[in-house]
Structures are given as C-alpha cells and as structure tokens.
Design a protein around this ligand. Structure first.
Ligand code: PEP
Length: 241
C-alpha cells in the first residue's frame, strides 16, 4: 500500500452503472484538484472495469480501480466466478470482500471472507474487508470475532471498512462516538497500521462530520457514489481533512 495515502474514498457501485456512467464519472473529475494523500477508488461492476480503466488511462487522472468481490480460488472449474488475478489484469488495485450484501445474499461466512481476502492478496490486490453488526449497539465480542475471522493470514496489507448493516442505504448514521468506538476496536484487533474506513449512508451532507472521527481512514460510499456530483463533493471534503 502506498504509505503516503492518509485517507481513502471508495465508490461501491454495487450492481449499478453503465459504460456511459464510467465516461461521465471520469470526465467530471477532469478539473478535480487531486492530492496524493487521498486515494479515490471506483469499484464498478466487473464487466465495466476494462471500460473504466481505458477511460481513466486516456484521462491520465490518478483514480484507482476496485473490484467487487473475487473468487476464493485461482483458476478453477467455477462457472461465473472471477479470480483476483483476472481483476488485476484489467487494472484493479483493490477488491471489496465481505460486504454485508454478499454475507446475506450469498451466505458468505467470515471464514469465507478471510479466504477471499487471501485470494485477493495472491492476485496482488489490496482487500477492502467489510465488517459490521446488524443492529445497535456494537457487540464488541461479535465484531472482534468477525474481524479476526475475516482478515487474511500473515499480512497487514489490507483495509477494513466498518459498515453497520442498519446504516447501509437507510440514511441512518451512527454517532461519531459509535464510529470511533468501532474504529478503535477494529484497530485493536487487526493492528493499528491497518486503515479503517466507515461505510453506511455517507453523503455530501454528513461527510464532514464523519471525517472528523479520530483515526478514521476514509469512507466507503454506496448510493451517493452513483451521482458524480455527490461523490466529488465527498472527495473534496476528504481533501480538506
Ligand atoms: C455500502 O453498501 O457499501 C454502502 C456504504 O451503501 P450506502 O452508502 O448506500 O449506505
């Protein structure tokens, strides 16, 4: 991981977007004042990665690409799956694993998430590992166990995104004290040097408040990342902190 990166802003498009949105997104960033301390990552659906990569390359902008989920193995008779090496080949630098939607809709346990995080590292991607409890308040034991089981073995080259499920797509955002408690707990579990991001209903309206959380490594943005203007506003605020 680049050591000078202080903060991450990650756009998780989930199963949304189009080639046209890739083009619009990149062109909206053309007069953005980039700062190497803030890494801006766009994670479109897998089928748009190559298109997004060529749009980024022709613009010359320092936007990074992320994949959403990867297979737990490498080459395998596994119809429909995509390995981390394949994502790397089409330009991804990061891979989001363990998102609560994968955990819920695809029955992925923390053990599977840990295996996928290892697979990401084998493909030379940096895993962004999502963790988070379903409801308030934080259950310290559950969150600690989820973190322990979801992280790769023998590496600190990963990122954790704290995403409480009740906050995803709902407009409900935990207080800064709650986020800070989670960040602290996660860092105690996975190591202080690992960046910990927050995700869940981040918007241009609330991101200044969220960025003021102590030791926060950035944000993972779902819904608001589909609107280039909203996402750019969040990136601008990230640059001010
Ligand atoms: C997410 O699902 O990763 C997410 C953070 O979504 P939203 O910003 O829409 O709550």
């Amino acid at each position: 991981m680049e050591t000078y990166v202080q903060r991450f802003v990650v756009a998780n498009w989930k199963m949304n977007g189009s080639q046209q949105l890739c083009d619009v997104f990149v062109s909206r960033f053309s007069d953005f004042n980039f700062n190497p301390e803030v890494e801006i990552v766009i994670a479109p659906p897998a089928v748009y990665l190559a298109h997004m990569r060529s749009a980024i390359m022709s613009s010359g902008l320092p936007l990074a690409l992320g994949a959403q989920d990867c297979a737990s193995g490498d080459n395998a008779p596994s119809t429909g799956d995509i390995s981390s090496r394949m994502f790397k080949e089409v330009g991804a630098r990061y891979v989001i694993v363990g998102h609560s939607e994968r955990r819920a809709l695809h029955c992925e346990s923390s053990k599977i998430v840990g295996i996928k995080a290892n697979a990401g590292l084998r493909g030379r991607l940096i895993p962004i590992i999502c963790v988070g409890q379903n409801n308030r308040p934080i259950n310290r034991e559950t969150l600690t166990k989820q973190c322990r089981d979801s992280i790769p073995m023998n590496s600190h080259d990963f990122i954790v995104a704290y995403e409480p499920v009740y906050a995803i797509g709902t407009g409900i955002v935990p207080s800064n004290t709650e986020i800070e408690e989670a960040v602290c707990l996660i860092k105690d579990t996975v190591g202080d040097a690992v960046p910990v991001l927050y995700g869940g209903s981040v918007s241009p309206a609330n991101c200044s408040e969220i960025f003021s959380v102590k030791n926060l490594g950035g944000v993972l943005v779902g819904g608001a990342s589909l609107d280039p203007d909203s996402f750019i506003k969040i990136c601008e605020v990230a640059h001010r902190f």
